[in-house]
Design a protein around this ligand. Sequence first.
Ligand SMILES: [Zn+2]
Length: 485
Amino acid sequence: MRERASNGALWKKGTAILLSLFLLPTEMVYAGGPLTVGGPAEGVSGVPLLWDNTKPIAYRVDGGPLSQQPNGGPVIIDNPTSVTRVNKLFAYWSAVPTVSLSFTNAGGLLAVGSFPANGDVKSVNDFLAVAGDVTGQAPDPNSCNGGGQSPIMFDADGSIFDGLGLPPEVIGFAFQCAFNPTTGKIISAGAILNGRFQDVINNPNAGNFELTAAEFDQAFTHEFGHFIGLGHSQINVDVLLNAIKTGVPTCSTDDNAGMPLMFPVLGLCTARTTAGLPILAVDDAAWISKLYPVTSPPPVGKTSFNLAYGTISGTVFFSDGVTPAQGVNVIARNTSSPRRNAASAVSGYLFTGNLGQTVTCVNPAAPTPQTCSNLGDPFGSHDPALIGHFEIPLPPGTYTLQVESVFSGFAGGSSVGSLDPPIPVPGAYSSTATVSITAGATTSFNITLQGTQPRFDAFESASLLEPYRAIWLRGEQLIRRRQTT
Ligand SMILES: [Zn+2]
């Protein structure tokens, strides 16, 4: 089993509240689809880390209230209401007709150390006990990191977040705790929700922000998306770029509809359900269906993935048409509703973001984490055929493909795709060519970027693009080194 963690946060920016949901900077994320992809020694190489969906995913829920006013004030959201709400948010994911996922509320939290069975998580120590965060020691087998339970915890008044040293803008975080290193199946995950955002006190100057119930639910449906293995997706990013430029987000209903729930920043647009939109965008429903597809024959009330989706699959290349380009966001937009009906993937999303190297190890022949500066990311495939590869699940229809850079601010915990930080797309792509998607079929479509530098010039110039690092080229050099020596 291995331990992983992720978190989410909310920022106040200009006149708009920007809700950003991100992972801890020490974590590598893979997205436009899966959160984490297996590597040579972790799970199955090139295969996303997912739950075993042949049985319900069992989570356990805190025994206390979701929200209570400070200093032991009135309870705003009591425990039964909170548990119902958690169940409802998980059900958004399992309700997708083409998704084969089920959840079960296994009851209250398990006892861990001095934390009692069915207890109320009230302190940092309670949180750390249940999460199993005991640096340097084997985690308790009942804890999340020990693989014993998948806890959904409530910090009713925000005091645990304060105690963890998190800024008051953080509304919660989710974390994948343990997985089987051989099969790549997730064993346990968790989340903690900050009830201060629902305490009916809106006093930003004192660090007490308030969200509508729909906004809060949207934030945690996103976190539960990470819990089940989804990464971030970038579609309609111009809404964010314009908001940064003008200080005021303008978001049409079409912009909102097409922006994924798994977009790293929330709060640019009205909460989806408030705007009358389904909580999952086309991209979210497509990707969770691809990761956990309903197979034929479908159970009652479900639809086979292959009857409802086709796939576009290809490779992004430099202008030479040979060299693959990783880290390029590819969006397929339906020609009849391009802003609303769109799905995406980042090229190389199954490939590692960092191959590492042994050259600078004290003893390159016997590399150890203690004597090497960079042994790479243990996650993600090392198969060079996947460097520029992308795949996008799509409802049948006619699409055009758009290519763009991942927004430079989506780094660290907000990463989209396997490169962190992201890189600027090294060339342009502009094509009105349409691609027809048929249910149950995969359509091949390669993208050759226009105007990229010849390969070695690209390497030299890209190396000067600080703070960006041309990781895709460094990676390729290392592969070549391995192949020729
Ligand atoms: Zn997120």
